[in-house]
Design a protein around this ligand. Structure first.
Ligand SMILES: [Zn+2]
Ligand SMILES: [Zn+2]
Length: 380
């Protein structure tokens, strides 16, 4: 199959050339339609979101960054070419599509059959902005089976944060097993550090509300789940209440965070806790305040130095607790999350910036200066 529009030989992309240093915006070769393998396609990127994981990749915090690599893993664009001999493609040339952290999954292995596409070996090998080229580029190679068709009527920039942050928090709510009427504690960057907060590096106490929490409150409310938000500061408190949280605990003011969370949820704690923090302490606290039979869902990803749970096994047994890790979501989760947005239940707060601003944008994300999500306008 050939492209309906001209594909340039080179185009702009933001490339991680050296870890811990700024991305370099430069001209890179564009894969040509004739070079696409069956199942591959070329997407012209319209918007790309700036995710906290992009900073972890840039800094090689997870020890998996392969340089040089075009960064970015959250984006919306249009399919402009599909590899020859591609059979049964779910997308066609001209379709508007979303790109996620995982660029592909085999859809055949045990994990894929079980719906755990994020645990597929192929998905781990083909991850946008980490192991294959990402969305900080005017054109990027994708795989037709794993692109996300974007429903008509949704704004491209507004939907972009749903492809990573929104999918992740929606899936976390699903695996929390919280039912309508149940309480879920949502703890974002900085949340839950309690009166020990001053002993923790301040980068874990970001001044603005984590996007997982702002989107998560909206999903939870739409699902009939009651939210207790844990973070600090009047601005975040007001936003959480505005989005539909019923209770709020300010970890910086709390003298006993575990007791305050339990008291706010009727004395025996929430049914589930979703922790999106890059430090282990809030995870440990959650196991203390959860009600018996409760579920801790881990989506924050601390580095190896401070990412160890320290839980009395007797506590797990006596409270019959569950601990669940969750990484993004599968294709069905994505379709469901998009449906919530299409029905007006979820809005991703975002700010559009020019592609040239990518390094300043990532700096602002790392310093917690961003309200919602920065979405880069890629297409000129
Ligand atoms: Zn992400
Ligand atoms: Zn698989």
């Amino acid at each position: 199959m050939t492209s309906t529009i001209a594909v340039p030989a080179t185009a702009r992309a933001a490339v991680i050339t050296t870890v811990k240093e700024d991305l370099v915006i430069k001209e890179v070769d564009v894969v040509q339609p004739s070079d696409l393998a069956a199942g591959e396609c070329l997407v012209k990127v319209d918007y790309a979101g700036c995710c906290h994981s992009d900073i972890h990749v840039k800094n090689d915090d997870w020890g998996r960054t392969q340089t040089p690599i075009v960064g970015g893993h959250e984006g919306v664009g249009h399919v402009i070419a599909i590899g020859a001999n591609t059979i049964g493609s779910p997308v066609k040339i001209g379709d508007r599509v979303g790109m996620k952290w995982f660029a592909n999954a085999c859809l055949k292995c045990e994990m894929c059959r079980l719906g755990y596409e994020s645990c597929c070996t192929l998905a781990r090998e083909q991850t946008h902005g980490l192991t294959v080229e990402g969305t900080f580029a005017e054109y990027t190679r994708c795989w037709v089976d794993y692109l996300t068709p974007i429903p008509d009527g949704l704004d491209s920039a507004a939907v972009t944060p749903l492809l990573c942050a929104g999918l992740t928090i929606y899936k976390a709510l699903k695996v929390s097993n919280a039912k309508p009427g149940h309480w879920v504690a949502l703890s974002g960057a900085g949340g839950g550090l309690g009166h020990l907060g001053e002993e923790i590096p301040c980068k874990y106490a970001l001044p603005l509300l984590d996007i997982h929490i702002s989107i998560g409150i909206q999903f939870a409310v739409a699902m009939g789940i009651r939210v207790i938000a844990i973070d600090t500061g009047a601005e975040k408190r007001d936003l959480c209440y505005k989005l539909g949280a019923e209770k709020w605990v300010d970890f910086a003011e709390s003298k006993d965070l575990v007791k305050d969370v339990q008291d706010a949820t009727g004395g025996i704690g929430p049914h589930a806790a979703i922790i999106a923090v890059g430090h282990a302490l809030p995870f440990n606290q959650a196991l203390m305040y959860l009600r018996s039979t409760g579920t801790l869902v881990a989506i924050g990803m601390p580095g190896p130095a401070n990412g160890i749970l320290n839980v009395p096994i007797a506590l797990l047994i006596s409270k019959c607790l569950s601990i669940v890790g969750s990484a993004t979501g599968n294709r069905q989760d994505m379709a469901e999350a998009l449906d919530f947005m299409a029905r007006g239940k979820v809005d991703c707060h975002h700010e559009i910036r020019d592609f040239n601003e990518v390094n300043n944008a990532l700096k602002d994300v790392s310093e917690g200066k961003v309200k919602g999500r920065i979405v880069l306008k890629i297409a000129s």
